[in-house]
Write a protein that binds this ligand. Structure first.
Ligand code: EPU
Length: 442
């Protein structure tokens, strides 16, 4: 598989703002579904076909990971991957170390590797810097399923003969830990009952893949997922769901720049919460069988108070692009971030661009939050509308990166945005899409 790196010529983008974004962009498979589905292919000896694959960094990293484990990943045609993990082998520690710091996907290989090889290294992890992002739930769940954790000075690994189903309750509905349990329990002996599970659409897509492979998984009321382990799984042919988080990002870009963007393949159902909130602040949309078009209903946007939450709540991944739109809304908006303790690091740069945003340690909302009364500035008060002006800014994480692009496009004057490679983790051909929407890239 070729890396998407070539799509973006440089790590710095220079943009001139003040012009509405207008036109069409098309979504491909979801960044938060594709790599996990690729990992599911490690559960079988048979060939798997994954369609609607976006050319993003997280997909290339997962392909490299599968190669390093002895599997094959081939781009059969544009957007279609054939994955075959007939001959898995343990990964060299030094190779695993290369993946550390680049992605959070390697931890999800633990279940498949334990099932296939009886041993799995525990990787140290990368991903966006938006909080401490530990893996304690993952390791506890794997041990609840019978894996034994061996910890040495610079090395940790798990072993198991065959994992054994169990009742597991997550302290928090973590997306990754839910996927970990599902990917581990499908080939375990007996029933696993996971309560307080996350039920994001991308997790449901993974469950659809596993059902195609022969797994027996039910999603019951109150976010309980039951997995009846089977002896073996077969290959799959699957088209990944479109990326709702990218769709929401473009929606915010349309509203913030006073533009109009048709997002081909965007789907209404998984975006319901976002769409309601967008309409409340004065954004509008039209749903068709081919996608969703977004624009501003009137001249002005209205402020709001919102809290991020697990699905079906307002996703934390919508938060950063939405805040850019709120800088252009009349009055005081409040955003309480309850998923990550440190997802407002990007606002300093916005302040330099003219935004009025204050951060607070208090929970400014009604949700029970793990970060209240602690030292985390996880609530934001945004006063708008404030004209934005161009600035030199460095991207700290994926969604913040997209948000800076929107801010720069809504701003008067030129902005120089560095570290744009981080955007490639989850947005395909960002330069091409921006140009197609009339953005002035210098
Ligand atoms: N957490 C723990 N211990 C764990 C696992 C998670 O304390 O063992 C905490 C995290 O620190 C965080 C919360 O639980 O405070 C939720 O984390 P979660 O495990 O749900 O996040 P994740 O699986 O690492 C995925 C997405 C993120 C998205 C979150 C929440 C992928 C590859 N990443 O991360 O996506 O924000 O779920 O929905 O699926 C993004 O797309 O920009 C992005 C960061």
């Amino acid at each position: 598989m070729t890396s998407p790196g070539s799509a973006l010529q440089s790590e710095t983008m220079v943009l001139r703002g003040g012009k509405p974004l207008e036109g069409e962009v098309a979504l491909r498979g979801a960044k938060n579904a594709l790599p996990k589905i690729m990992v599911a292919a490690l559960l079988t000896h048979e060939k798997c076909v994954l369609r609607n694959v976006a050319r993003i960094l997280d997909v290339s990293i997962t392909a490299e990971l599968i190669h390093a484990l002895g599997g094959e990943v081939r781009e059969a045609e544009p957007g279609v991957l054939e994955i075959c993990a007939a001959n898995l082998r343990p990964m060299e520690r030094s190779v695993l170390r290369d993946f550390s710091g680049r992605s959070r996907i390697p931890i999800l290989t633990c279940g498949p590797l334990l099932a296939r090889l009886g041993t799995a290294p525990v990787p140290s992890l990368g991903g966006c810097r938006i909080g401490s992002r530990p893996v304690d739930f993952h390791l506890r769940a794997l041990q609840d399923l019978g894996a034994v954790l061996h910890e040495e000075a610079h090395d940790a690994h798990l072993t198991a003969t065959r994992l054994l189903g169990n009742k597991i309750r997550l302290d928090y509905p973590s997306v990754g830990a839910t996927e970990q349990v599902i990917l581990s329990a499908v080939l375990a002996e007996g029933v696993t009952e996971l309560s307080n599970a996350a039920v994001e659409p991308e997790i449901m897509d993974l469950i659809m893949v596993l059902q195609k492979m022969g797994a027996i998984i039910s999603v019951d009321v109150d976010r309980v997922i039951k997995i009846l382990g089977v002896r073996e799984l077969r290959g799959f042919d699957h088209e990944a769901i479109p990326d709702r988080l990218e769709a929401a990002s473009w929606a915010c870009a349309a509203v913030a720049t006073h533009g109009r963007i048709f997002v081909r393949h965007a789907q209404q159902a998984p975006m319901m919460t976002f769409l309601n909130r967008l309409r409340q602040i004065g954004g509008d949309f039209r749903v068709t069988s081919e996608g969703i078009e977004f624009w501003r209903a009137g001249e002005r946007l209205r402020s709001t108070a919102l809290e991020t939450d697990v699905y079906p709540g307002f996703s934390t991944d919508y938060q950063q692009p939405f805040v850019i739109a709120l800088t252009q809304a009349d009055g005081v908006s409040i955003v309480h971030e309850t998923v990550y303790e440190d997802r407002f690091g990007y606002v300093d740069a916005l302040r330099r661009m003219g935004a009025q945003i204050q951060l607070y340690r208090e929970c400014l909302g009604s949700l029970h939050c793990r970060f209240g009364q602690r030292n985390y500035r996880h609530s934001a008060v945004i006063v708008g509308p404030t004209p934005l002006h161009g600035a030199d800014i460095e991207i700290p994480d994926l969604r913040a990166g997209f948000s800076y692009l929107i801010a720069a496009l809504a701003a008067e004057g030129e902005s120089r945005i560095s570290n744009t490679r981080l955007i490639e983790r989850g947005y395909e051909d960002i330069t091409g899409k921006l140009r197609a929407l009339g953005a002035q890239l210098l």
